[in-house]
Design a protein around this ligand. Structure first.
Ligand code: XCC
Ligand code: SF4
Length: 625
């Protein structure tokens, strides 16, 4: 097997990663970095998006010599169709996660589960009222039944618009209506995207991209937003709390269980089980001092935000976490789980447990979680982990370093609380130029970059410029490990941001949750716009995904742009083979929706790019740059 020629320092900025990459080398384990090298150079046709495989007259690939596919489709049409389907994958991922949340909520409302409950009835009633459901003198569960139905309705096409459109500022709504991109139903838009990109349908690149925008808006303002709101109702709305990050959160003398994936429905039950005295006692009879639960990726974010459970690592740390040799079981639900984790686990005593029928992995053991048996299955998984503790070879265990402290739990409700109940202090700070703007840095890792180099440096550069940063997804762990998610990091911020965050006792980098929780950022943007009486696109806001890799990340970027938020990406999606699609993304969209994409791999230059945008928006509002 070919190993990467990169040094560990070139692969990642983190000491815990370096140590595990060296151990991988000693233990003869292949990682994503090695496989990237085996895959390089990538296919140029694929990279630029001009390879079409949607019918069997092809596959066709566009070149100077052959500028049209067999059917006559040109590079623009092919790129637009490919990108539309790419975004459909992301929208489907978030939204189907949202649907699973509604199913749990529906089961609770109809008394079909004893394992899940309404934890935040106040929030549930508030949302019910927001969506026009009567709440007065009604049983809580009756309201819940209606609310679950309301959410389900947003997925089909019974209604004209998805449910949280009421949150969108008037001007944006007008804009979407005029462009014909008002999302009608989450599933409907995804299905239409697939339909339009069937051979012989939508053969106008710009038109295809408009549907892509509509579909992504359906994800942001419904699929993801519903996932977030229902998770808060079922598991509690996050509030500020402390937690820890990096591989040092694993414990040498305890049973270690990692949860990985996205949906808190599984991981919340595992958390309950590891706290049951009977199971802790069982672990002790096997010689362990206790049971330790830690998170990875977004389900880790969900548990960290609500329960303060430690985060072992982000996307590129998932293989490395197993290489510690200290993990008994890795429990997964879905999304972003590398199939290689099964193979890496086989080199130690680590077993992967899958829990969802829609995400099975060859070589893993399947323990199906359903609404009626969540708790029972969680106990079963924890017992399996305890059994495996005896199989651990302590001589092969190496757990790097000390964990880093972080502060988490900033839902919009919590942020408002920190601000004293209204957005006015934040708006005043923005007007006064103490906080010059707000930027959400979100998304993934990608072995094409030095791991977390861009995520961390962009965050640092922006807070220096008095820009408040909000992080979600895998950027959270990066910012956390860099020591940026604690109130003390105001020392690294510009004077204005330092003053404001210092007086509120909050970090200059705020953790708002998982990737579906980017919907929280959308909501905050809408609240700000409504409060000031402008469109979202008028605000000094931006988004960034410096090291993105997934379809979901591209979908998030697209709904951010379509909602009026300028979005920076470290590298372009596979669209560069089409001048029409590329120009639309980089500038054309600005005229249509008031925002566009910017591409820049260097985090320092990216910070400049974003800063220029914020300056322009401040100027537009009549504020000092
Ligand atoms: Fe996945 Fe959400 Fe990306 Fe991390 S950030 S690699 S999508 S886990 Ni969302
Ligand atoms: Fe080729 Fe057209 Fe078929 Fe695509 S749809 S594979 S371009 S013939």
């Amino acid at each position: 097997m070919a190993k990467t020629t990169k040094t560990v320092e070139e692969m990642s900025i983190w000491e815990d990663a370096h140590q595990m990459l060296r151990k991988a080398e000693r233990d003869g384990i292949e990682t994503a970095w090695d496989r990237l090298e085996q895959q390089t150079p990538h296919c140029k046709f694929g990279e630029s998006g001009v390879c079409c495989r949607i019918c069997t007259m092809g596959p066709c690939r566009i070149s100077k010599k052959a500028p049209l596919g067999v059917c006559g489709a040109d590079a623009d049409v092919i790129v637009a169709r490919n990108f539309g389907r790419f975004l459909a994958g992301g929208a489907a991922g978030h939204s189907d996660h949202g649907r699973d949340c509604i199913e749990a909520f529906h089961a609770v409302a109809h008394g079909k589960t004893k394992d899940y409950h309404i934890q935040d009835s106040k929030k549930m009633l508030r949302i019910a009222e927001e969506l026009g459901i009567a709440t007065e003198n009604r049983e809580l569960l009756d309201v819940a039944k209606d609310l679950a139905d309301k959410f389900f309705d947003s997925f089909g096409s019974k209604h004209e618009e998805v449910c949280f459109i009421n949150r969108v500022p008037e001007k944006q709504q007008e804009n979407w209506k005029n462009l014909g991109i008002m999302p009608r139903g989450v599933d409907r838009e995804i299905t239409e995207m697939m339909h339009r990109t069937h051979m012989g349908c939508d053969n106008d690149a710009s038109n295809t991209m408009l549907q892509a925008a509509r579909m992504c808006l359906g994800d942001g303002w419904a699929g993801s937003m519903i996932a977030t709101e229902v998770s808060d109702i079922l598991f509690g709305t996050p509030s500020p709390r402390k937690a820890q990050v990096n591989l040092g959160v694993l414990k040498k003398d305890q049973v270690n269980i990692l949860v990985h994936g996205h949906n808190p429905i599984v991981s919340e039950k595992i958390l309950e089980a590891v706290n049951e005295q009977e199971l802790i006692d069982l672990a002790k009879t096997k010689g362990a001092k206790g049971i330790n639960l830690a998170g990875l990726c977004c389900t880790g974010n969900e548990l960290m935000m609500r329960q303060g459970i430690p985060m072992a690592g982000n996307h590129l740390m998932t293989e490395l976490a197993i290489i510690t040799g200290a993990v008994e079981i890795i429990v997964v639900d879905y999304q972003c789980i590398m199939p290689s984790l099964v193979q890496v686990g086989n080199c130690y005593h680590t077993k992967m447990i899958t829990t969802a029928d829609k995400a099975k992995f060859t070589g893993a053991e399947h323990v199906k979680f359903e609404m009626h048996n969540g708790m029972e299955q969680a106990r079963k998984v924890v017992r399996m982990a305890i059994e495996r503790y005896g199989m651990r070879n302590q001589d092969r265990v190496e757990i790097p370093g000390e964990p880093v402290d972080i502060m988490t739990g900033f839902s919009n409700e919590a942020l408002l609380d920190a601000l004293g109940g209204s957005l006015t202090p934040l708006i005043d700070a923005i007007k006064a130029g103490k906080i010059r703007g707000v930027v959400g840095i979100v998304g993934c890792n990608n072995p094409k970059y030095k791991h977390d180099y861009c995520n961390v440096n962009l965050t640092r550069e922006l807070i220096k410029k008095d820009i408040l940063v909000i992080v979600t997804g895998c950027v959270t762990t990066a910012a956390g490990k860099a020591g940026l998610l604690v109130p003390e990091s105001i020392e690294q911020a510009g004077p204005g941001l330092r003053e404001i965050c210092g007086s509120l006792g909050i970090p200059p980098v705020i953790h708002m949750g998982s990737c579906v929780d980017n919907a929280r950022i959308l909501q905050l943007a809408a609240l700000l716009a409504n409060e000031i009486g402008v469109a979202i696109s008028d605000l000094p806001l931006a988004a960034s995904s410096p090291e993105w890799y997934s379809e979901k990340a591209a979908t998030i970027g697209t709904y951010a742009v379509a909602s009026g938020i300028y979005t920076h990406l470290g590298h372009p999606p596979n669209i560069t083979g089409s001048p029409i699609v590329t120009n639309l993304a980089l500038s054309g969209l600005d005229d249509l929706v008031g925002a566009c994409f910017g591409i820049e791999p260097d985090p320092f230059k990216a910070a400049e790019l974003i800063n220029e945008r914020i300056k322009a928006k401040r100027k537009g509002l009549g504020l000092e740059e």
